[in-house]
Design a protein around this ligand. Structure first.
Ligand SMILES: [Zn+2]
Length: 150
């Protein structure tokens, strides 16, 4: 029997402890330079975590598959891996979104709703730094997705 199992931990969700909530100074403008720097740091840190995890899991999976002499064990293991690979796929998509968010920071286009143009809000962005829609537009989008099943 294999003794070590593929790790189940993921960092698809951004951990709350990885940043300090931004403290606004009085009269500070939305998406001022310090705010953009703040989000850039969060996004870079998150991307780093995700990339490390993708690497380490792939390595672990390769090691494990070679260490299973029994074909049945290997089949079970491969099933587990396909689940794992789907998680990796989500992570890669997330890395792409993080890159897009970083580009928007660079272009000074970060923090505003793609659909209606209003401010997404600092607290919402801290919870979801890759958000491109304000909460209202996001809700509408989700309702549409449910209706059309896309
Ligand atoms: Zn909006």
């Amino acid at each position: 029997m294999p003794t070590k199992k593929a790790k189940k931990k993921t960092v698809v969700e951004l951990s709350r402890s990885s940043y300090t909530p931004y403290a606004l100074t009085e009269g500070e403008e939305y998406m001022s330079n310090p705010q953009l720097e703040h989000f850039k740091a969060i996004l870079l840190h998150w991307r780093q975590q995700l990339m490390e995890e993708v690497d380490s899991t792939l390595q672990l999976m390769q090691d494990e598959i070679y260490n299973l002499p029994d074909a049945a064990d290997r089949a079970t293991q491969e099933e587990e891996f396909s689940l794992e690979l789907r998680t990796r796929d989500r992570e890669r998509k997330l890395i792409r979104k993080i890159n897009q968010a970083l580009e928007r920071i660079q272009k000074n286009d970060y923090g505003f709703c793609d659909s209606c143009g209003i401010e997404i809000g600092i607290r919402r962005l801290e919870a979801r730094p890759t958000a491109t829609l304000c909460i209202d537009c996001k809700t509408i989008e989700e309702i549409k997705e449910k209706q059309w099943g896309t």
